[in-house]
Ligand binder design. Structure first.
Ligand code: SF4
Length: 478
């Protein structure tokens, strides 16, 4: 069986490219890509299918190349797969459904399996618009089993059966590195070394009301780890594959959630001598960090910790997660920021405006607090989004119930609010976002002036990404 795995259409209706991260949120990036995330769920799926089935499998990242609708359809028609698998999120859902409808006409026998957040949230609609099957939630194992059975035998996780058990991440092979190569996903915002992404853990117990990966992919609070040995082996593999490699970005949900695991990983990195060879940065939470953990992370080569804060206002933080973890402990946050500053570990905060329970004044106060923390050396960078109620999340369900959603609004956390919160209309959310964006850009300019070297501006390292700008249809993909 010929299986083609693809990311969705790579451009919005107005021609903008998309920084695609369906597990988190995707945003329009304009004429060129600002950040290139490796499509890791599809990468793992491709590796599983190649290892565990006799299928001829190919993974094409249409998003990376900014492939638009017409080129997408012609590409699939040319490759003539028997099965097409596409992971889709809200920013591009309607355009990808258009592709499916056109493919139905051109390739009547093609079997289309849709997965990812939008099909998981709207399986019936996805089926009505051209998909044959929908995989709900985390899909590497369910789609592999389904295809191994010839797409005939129902398996958990393939709609209408309920979602499958969570994936055993230790049992996954290394993600695809032939059809697409991890080295090419090198433009990573905020990274200071020539880094690629790696996933040592999966899951997060916090269950924020807007979070796609925990609510839609996993469906419940969870936290899974890989063995330290397998992580070290993957790093060694990447070093051999990528001679210019200077660092690793553990781009997970909650890298440091399990204190014991982080300690074991740090000791493993040190024992392997990797603390002298590479620098590490990670996406995590602050509530499990303490002096001992941060000292060990520093010794292991961690130079930056990215923390999902969303807001620095206690009342707002409490609204985002009812789990009692992370978002509402300002005393702990201050302690962790102080420790990081003492140890020389940089802090990158992720913030958003327009969360449930926020007001314009609170969002501005939160942004001003970040400015002060930056000026005092506690936070070195931050990213900012408009908190967007993506389908399948509790935030979206509530926004629908309460009638907050604006008619015809898209789902782009980088441009434009899609809802009017009580007492906080979309226009004010956008004003707060514009204010925060100016602040973020000023901080970045300040960092550059102080000599910070972001690898996303490194033209040699990012040459594969720059090469996609101005690409003509048909180039680079076949
Ligand atoms: S902290 Fe919240 S947004 Fe981040 S991964 Fe966990 S649940 Fe999702």
């Amino acid at each position: 069986m010929n299986v083609l795995i693809m990311t969705p259409v790579g451009r919005t209706a107005d021609g903008a490219q998309i920084d695609y991260f369906p597990q988190r949120w995707s945003g329009r990036s304009g004429a060129y890509k600002v950040t290139t995330f490796y499509p890791f769920s599809l990468g793992y799926l491709s590796a599983c299918l190649k290892q565990r089935t006799p299928c001829a499998v190919r993974l094409v990242d249409a998003n990376y190349y900014g492939v638009d609708v017409d080129e997408y359809v012609e590409l699939v028609v040319d490759l003539r797969p028997e099965v097409l698998v596409v992971e889709i999120d809200a920013i591009i859902f309607e355009r990808q459904l258009e592709v499916f409808r056109r493919l139905r006409q051109r390739l009547p026998h093609l079997c289309i399996i849709a997965c990812g957040p939008s099909p998981s949230a709207e399986p019936q609609r996805t089926l009505q618009h051209g998909a044959d099957f929908v995989a709900i939630g985390e899909f590497e194992e369910s789609i592999t089993r389904f295809i191994a059975g010839g797409c005939r035998t129902p398996v958990p996780g393939i709609y209408p059966l309920p979602r499958a058990e969570l994936v055993d991440i230790e049992a996954l092979p290394l993600p695809e590195d032939e059809d697409i190569q991890r080295r090419d996903y090198c433009r990573l915002y905020g990274s200071e070394y020539r880094e690629v992404e790696l996933w040592a853990t999966r899951g997060c117990p916090v269950m924020c009301n807007f979070c796609v990966v925990t609510n839609v992919y996993y469906g419940r609070a969870n936290f899974r780890t890989r063995s330290v040995e397998s992580v070290i082996a993957e790093i060694r593999y990447l070093q051999a594959r990528i001679p210019q490699l200077e660092g690793i970005f553990f781009n997970e949900e909650a890298h440091n959630f399990n204190r014991r695991y982080v300690h074991a990983l740090c000791r493993g990195l040190i024992d392997a001598g990797l603390h002298r060879e590479l620098r590490f940065n990670c996406m995590g939470n602050y509530d499990t960090l303490d002096a001992e953990t941060l000292e060990l992370m520093r010794a292991a080569g961690y130079y930056k910790v990215r923390m999902g804060l969303e807001s620095l206002e206690a009342d707002v933080m409490k609204q985002i997660s009812k789990s009692g973890r992370l978002k509402a402990d300002q005393r702990k946050l201050v302690e962790v920021l102080r420790l990081c500053r003492e140890l020389g570990i940089k802090v990158y905060a992720t913030l958003s405006v327009g969360t449930i329970g926020a007001s314009y004044q609170q969002d501005l106060r939160s942004l001003e607090a970040v400015r002060a923390l930056h000026d005092e050396g506690y936070i070195q960078e931050f990213s900012l989004s408009i908190n967007t109620p993506l389908p399948g999340t509790p935030f979206h369900a509530r926004a629908e119930r309460e009638g907050w959603l604006r008619a015809g609004a898209g789902f782009d956390g980088a441009y434009g609010a899609v809802l009017d919160l009580p007492g906080y209309p979309a226009a004010d959310i956008e004003r707060a976002f514009a204010y925060g964006t100016q602040l973020r850009e000023a901080i970045n300019r300040d960092n550059l002036a102080r000599g910070v070297r972001y690898s996303s501006y490194d033209r040699d390292w990012c040459a594969p990404v720059y090469a996609t700008t101005g690409r003509r249809p048909g180039e680079g993909l076949r």
